[in-house]
Design a protein around this ligand. Sequence first.
Ligand SMILES: Cc1cc2nc3c(=O)[nH]c(=O)nc-3n(C[C@H](O)[C@H](O)[C@H](O)COP(=O)(O)OP(=O)(O)OC[C@H]3O[C@@H](n4cnc5c(N)ncnc54)[C@H](O)[C@@H]3O)c2cc1C
Length: 585
Amino acid sequence: MTYKAPLEEMNFLIKDVFKIQDTLGDIEAFQDFDEDLYSAVLEESAKFSENILFPINRSGDEEGCHFDNGKVTTPKGFTQAYQEFAQGGWLGVSGDPEFGGQGLPKTINLLTEEMVYATNTSFCLYSSLTSGAYHAIHAHASDELKSTYLPPMLEGRWAGAMGLTEPHAGSDLGIIKSKAVPLENGQYRLNGTKIFITGGDQDLTENIIHLVLAKLPDAPDGPKGISLFLVPKVKVNVDGSLGESNGVSAGSIEHKMGIKGSATCVMNFDNAEGYLVGKENRGLYAMFTMMNLERLSIGIQGIGLAETSYQLSKEYALERKQGKNAQGEGTTILQHADVRRMLLSQRAYTEPARALAVFMGLQIDKQYHHQDEAVSKKAAGMMALLTPVAKAFFTDKGFESCNHGVQILGGHGYIREWGMEQLVRDAKIAQIYEGTNGIQAQDFLSRKICLDKRELIQELFQLIDNTLDKNSHLNEFNQLKTELVKVKKCVIETTDWLKQAFSERSYEIQGGAVDYLHAMGHLIYGWLWLEMLVAAESSGNEGLLARKKLAAAFFTQQLLPQAFELCRRVKQGYQVVMEANEELI
Ligand SMILES: Cc1cc2nc3c(=O)[nH]c(=O)nc-3n(C[C@H](O)[C@H](O)[C@H](O)COP(=O)(O)OP(=O)(O)OC[C@H]3O[C@@H](n4cnc5c(N)ncnc54)[C@H](O)[C@@H]3O)c2cc1C
């Protein structure tokens, strides 16, 4: 079974739907690039992912990582592939040219990342954490730290890791215990243990740059007393060469359900020397640069795996002969309505997810590169609003899609031979790390909706209205347009209800947070399906239009109306549940 990067889809999104050339055309940083170059980059990324990464995906899962005498090794082929990945410039696709990056839009980088996740999620985590650490250092560290640490990270000689979680502190980072003490030379001495650190140790790179959350002496309690530190595994000399080791060691690696090629480490910091990144006690703020990009990246993991699952199960369904069709003739399983339901469900959620990812990539590009501060600020607001939706909805639906994949193959999906069960195992973690999807939903409901004085959500509703208005003269796609208007009304009413209820019973109504986020996800996907249909029609690509029409019709008739029930559940509230004694639960 093979994976083929969905290049036609990707090119359709950047060129026809979002017109990247017009959207980013007035940004100085991207003046040297054009659509042809973007397509060429996507094509090269596809080749790398299909030919280098996919072949070591299954073997990486079978072999897993090793821990021997304090040393972590990745599965066979990963080191070589990482070197080739770095040499190909893939770590620095959207990196700052001042530090050796290619300076391409993040939008393009998100699409290359999708292919890497799709073909080898474990491998992708090493590069994605490096990219997240790169961005946090770039945004918040001193010039000296930037010039020392960023180039080797983009070259692939050094990797990044993110040290937040501790044995007793997962979702609640306010209670971390790791300590940092200031030294006379301006550095800090760090002590503590972090668990579940992705790529905390590995054999791919000669150094690992840990971004670690810790507390200074006398820091205030809770999240406002957390600072962020850059702690290299190996100390770095003034001239950039590697010095002695730095009291950073892996205590063990976890044995886990999936992403077995990704080393998940217990990390000990014993008098390790580090540097403050950002301001004292403002570590979470700085870390959010990394976490927000990582959250989107993990969302993309959901899209990539969903795409792979769709492709592999479609290929199987075309071949597998079981049962009879309506005429009583022997047929492939692709003829059966239930199998079609699952395949179309995979497509109907994956394609608008990719569209939303591209839309968000464009917001990131405007946020970081647009000369007009107002445009940049607006884009940053939209990113803040959409990040929890993207992380949670992409990964919930990604996991669902991988489950459909196993189901489509029946017993052959459940056994290891065909690789479908690996996709489920690899997709599951995306709903958990980078903040569980429950926490994402709470963040969305509380901070992004009910407590948001800027009313960012109104801007999103406005965008949907704009699309509906712009296309109101069209006699086509009426079913989707009608349904979209109704769903929008329902989601707006629910939003108003939540805001009202939040002031009186904010804790209890969190029970509806996931349903609310999913209702919003359906609304946004409905909007993007309309955008895609309109763009497909004017693209002149008949095959693409026919495929889009079918999946959009399925979405409109079978999936979008779920938003009504989701909204009803939110407004039902959780009073009965929350009033119950614990033993009754
Ligand atoms: C394979 C893997 C890789 C990881 N990589 C990293 C990494 O690189 N760096 C890093 O720092 N961490 C990493 N993590 C940690 C990961 O981010 C945490 O596991 C995750 O944030 C959840 O924390 P927890 O496991 O302690 O669960 P808990 O916080 O104990 O949560 C348990 C359950 O309770 C719910 N819950 C918790 N608090 C609330 C609340 N206030 N309201 C409602 N529900 C709540 C959660 O949603 C969840 O369902 C990784 C974890 C794994 C398994």
